[in-house]
Design a protein around this ligand. Structure first.
Ligand code: F6P
Length: 526
């Protein structure tokens, strides 16, 4: 079934496709294309969008029932139908008064906060100088991002080192030069059955026993999981197991006990400020009509760019060293949430769903892949994330960072004709056939759009608001695409196959498989 409102969106896309972006971006009125939200603003004026397209998208969002889905999210409704669960990540930031799970969630938060405080005060019986955070996916990416984003480089407080890969080199690197006597090993696994994390948890325990002996080792262990019984079986003491709610998705879980290493290393003040910033964005998303709801409008634009206009991917360029892990984090958040093809909504899908999300930190990307962005033949929806307070007080360098981000966005839009290039060469005294040929290679098509997310600063509040914005944008995108943004059935198959192939590589019968896999098993088995 095709939604009537979607036909209008497609008609708008056809119109926009026939309009030159440079002309479209010459906005007479910028206001409708600068979207504000707590701690940030979003400039979409360089994107192939206009009032007509936005109106069609708003009507589409209305027909998809986005507003009532937002209400259902914040009412702890069953927004994750295939797992018959609500999605409660927002309740971790204080908005969950009155929902059934809130008392348990508050107790879980209090237990983690008390442990963090006790740890910081030496209450474990040894000084904790490093937390070895063992986890993967949502049990790793959020904490890594937030640690980079919020750590005080001058702090005397604990450091965090992360281990995620089953490749033992990851563990080796993370523990190189590490003193076990001042290290807390924190195993973070919502399911407590992820093979990579189980493997690293075993390495962690063995490492502690080797350096400290069995009895001491247990004092240096703790676990975070929504399966506390499994953590107990593994050997964590009851008072060292920090539960998290089943209804908090892994990729939405950094605000839960999954963020315990952050609470210990950052301290209660920065942690509470992080949650406060996210809570402000929650209020914006929950209470603001769709016409001026920034996460919702970003989702509408995502659906327009990636489904109606067919742009296959999004490039996230984080122009802040502290946000260098943002692309990796968004890859899981958005691609594990919306990389799906099964309709959840009875009205069905309207076209291809989530884009591939990739990116890097600015300005590094300018010296690696920006060439393709400027002169290549593939489209991408490009997103700059910039802080007005760039440079951490060193304004000339912060200014350079911002200038580069603005320059890249301008260059993508404006391009440079071969004629303009010829003029530039002529001004350098280069003329004639050689100069004309060189100018031909210097031409840049331009008309390449981008979004600029402009943060007030990189305080904990702003970082919290930014990540909550992406969470809500992802949820709203799932609703508009007609899918369930909270399950991840696509990741289970690989785990089953890996177990079978592990057995084959160990000498077992590889069974019936494609010829390539069978040959590769024979080439690698021992
Ligand atoms: O396999 C994907 C996944 O389940 C993610 O959704 C999750 O964040 C990650 O693995 C780790 O899962 P766990 O926290 O249960 O170890």
């Amino acid at each position: 079934m095709t939604l009537a409102s979607w036909l209008k969106v497609e008609a708008e896309a056809a119109r926009i496709r026939a309009t030159e972006l440079r002309a479209l971006a010459a906005r007479s009125d910028m206001a409708p294309f600068v979207w504000s939200a707590p701690h940030l603003e979003v400039d979409v004026a360089k994107q192939p969008i206009d009032a007509g397209a936005m109106a069609a998208l708003q009507a589409f969002a209305a027909e998809r029932g986005l507003e009532s889905k937002i209400k259902s999210l914040f009412a702890a409704g069953i927004v994750n139908a295939s797992e018959n669960r609500p999605a409660l990540h927002w309740a971790l930031r204080g908005g969950g008064k009155g929902i059934p799970a809130i008392d348990t969630m508050n107790r879980e938060a209090e237990k983690a906060a008390a442990f963090a405080d006790r740890t910081r005060k030496g209450g474990l019986g040894f000084p904790v100088e490093t937390i070895l955070h063992i986890g993967i996916g949502g049990s790793d990416l959020g904490p890594r991002l937030m640690w980079d984003a919020l750590r005080d480089y001058a702090s005397e407080g604990p450091d965090i080192r992360f281990v995620a890969n089953v490749d033992p080199e990851d563990f080796a690197e993370a523990t190189a030069g590490l003193d076990a006597s001042t290290t807390l090993v924190l195993v973070v696994s919502k399911s407590f059955k992820t093979p990579e994390t189980a493997s690293n948890a075993q390495l962690g325990r063995e490492w502690l026993v080797k350096h400290l002996g069995e009895e001491q080792a247990n004092k240096h262990l703790a676990a975070v999981s929504s399966a506390p019984d499994k953590a107990k079986t593994w050997g964590a003491a009851e008072d060292r197991i920090f539960p998290m709610d089943e209804a908090v998705g892994g990729r939405y879980s950094v605000w839960s006990s999954v963020g315990l290493s952050l609470q210990i290393a950052l301290g209660a003040d920065r942690w509470s400020r992080l949650l406060a910033g996210a809570a402000e964005m929650d209020s914006h998303f929950r209470d603001t009509p769709l016409a001026s709801n920034t996460p919702a409008r970003l989702a509408m634009m995502d659906v327009f760019l990636h489904t109606a206009l067919g742009i296959p991917n999004r490039t996230v360029l984080a122009y802040a060293h502290r946000l260098r892990k943002l692309p990796d984090f968004l890859q899981q958040l958005e691609m594990e949430s919306n990389g799906k093809s099964t309709a959840d909504d009875k009205a069905g899908l309207v076209g291809p769903t989530a884009p591939m999300v990739w990116g890097s930190v600015g300005t590094l990307g300018q010296h690696s892949f920006h060439q393709l962005l400027h002169q290549g033949m593939r489209q991408s929806a490009i997103e700059f994330v910039v802080s007005r307070e760039a440079g951490a007080g060193d304004w000339p360098r912060g200014r350079a960072l911002i200038a580069n981000a603005l320059a890249q966005a301008e260059g993508l839009l404006a391009g440079r004709s071969a004629a303009e290039a010829e003029k530039q060469l002529a001004a350098q005294g280069k003329m004639g056939p050689a100069a004309i040929e060189q100018a031909r290679h210097m031409g840049m098509p331009g008309n390449r759009g981008s979004t600029t997310v402009l943060l007030d600063d990189t305080t904990p509040e702003s970082i919290g608001a930014l990540i909550a914005m992406y969470e809500h944008r992802t949820f709203a995108g799932g609703i508009l695409w007609g899918i369930n943004p909270f399950d991840q059935w696509g990741v289970e198959r690989g785990k089953v196959l890996a177990e079978e192939l592990d057995n084959a590589l160990a000498g077992g019968d590889p069974g019936k498989r494609d010829p390539s896999t069978l040959r590769l098993v024979s080439r690698t088995r021992r």
